[in-house]
Design a protein around this ligand. Structure first.
Ligand code: ADP
Ligand code: MG
Length: 285
């Protein structure tokens, strides 16, 4: 905590947020509370040095649904996504204040192991980043790090590849390099790697923005399927994509404010905020 931050009162008792906790004045328009919340963000501020990238983010993320984060470049979407599984810890000048609960436990409590947290809350990045290893070893990597190399690795690798809609395409080449796959296949390989350790939540930061339209549509189909088993949070700058594949949409606008959060239909058909309406109808951004 440094002198220039707001005097946020944190409530980091391990019983976490309860449905009785009121959101503060920073609550966005719309319906920021959901039933079956897996993740609850309360008055979350993120700073990079002296610059505040996120201001008092209050929202819930529902279980086994797709939640989209949209908004113009630089409004803090990636910053918010990284604060969920403490990837911002890896950025020296980043500082987080406020509370972020996963199943009611504040992930910023001192007794939380960020590495263990990231196995429960996996991540897929914009640019496919397979390791320079075989397809099999890419997917097995997460299991081995976890010490779960207990004999059924092969079955778990196949299951993860199947869930990532890649098994049919690579079944006969599991020993060849992950780097030899097409961009779209590489991204599905990264998704398989993220789901192999059996996480509950998958965070995706513009996972299709480097892909061609056919590969993009495969990723979109896959995201919808993944939400049958996992909670998915996806950043996209593509509003049609958010409208197509998400159940809930959070609209961040310039300056790092969450302006509105609601069912995706409501956001795209009848948002409460005029600024959100202007943004989704393409008047700016
Ligand atoms: N590693 C970083 N160091 C310093 N500033 C950063 C860093 N990452 C992001 N920012 C700043 O934080 C703000 C939000 O960025 P970001 O979360 O990447 O937005 P988005 O994903 O919506 O484009 C921007 O002003 C950006 O310049
Ligand atoms: Mg980003």
């Amino acid at each position: 905590m440094t002198a220039n931050g707001p005097q946020t009162v944190t409530t980091s008792e391990s019983d976490g947020a309860t449905s009785d906790d009121a959101m503060t004045d920073d609550a966005p328009l719309g319906s920021p509370r959901v039933d079956d919340a897996v993740i609850e963000s309360r008055d979350l501020d993120v700073y990079y040095g002296d610059d505040q990238a996120l201001h008092g983010i209050n929202m819930d993320i529902p279980e086994r649904k797709v939640t989209a984060l949209i908004g113009p470049s630089g409004c803090g979407k990636s910053t918010f996504l990284r604060s969920i599984n403490r990837m911002n810890d890896l950025i020296d000048i980043a500082r987080v204040e406020g509370d972020l609960y996963f199943h009611g436990k504040n992930v910023y409590d001192e007794d939380v192991d960020p590495v263990a947290l990231r196995r429960k809350i996996g991540m897929v990045f914009q640019k496919p980043n397979p390791f320079p290893k075989s397809i099999f070893d890419n997917v097995a990597y997460g299991l081995r790090v976890q010490g779960k190399d207990d004999g059924d690795v092969e079955e778990k690798v196949r299951t993860a590849l199947e869930r990532a809609a890649l098994l049919d395409e690579v079944e006969d080449q599991l020993d060849s390099s992950g780097l030899d796959l097409s961009g779209g296949q590489q991204q599905r390989l990264c998704i398989a790697r993220a789901i192999a350790p059996d996480p509950e939540v998958i965070l995706m930061d513009e996972p299709a923005s480097a892909l061609d339209p056919v590969a993009t549509s495969k990723i979109e189909d896959l995201v919808e399927e993944l939400a049958e088993e996992y909670t998915v949070v996806i950043v996209t700058h593509n509003m049609q994509q958010a409208a197509r594949i998400s159940d809930k949409t959070a609209v961040f606008l310039t300056g790092g404010h969450l302006v509105e959060f609601d069912d995706t239909n409501k956001i795209f058909e009848n948002p409460e905020s005029d600024r959100v309406e202007d943004y989704i109808t393409g008047k700016f951004g």
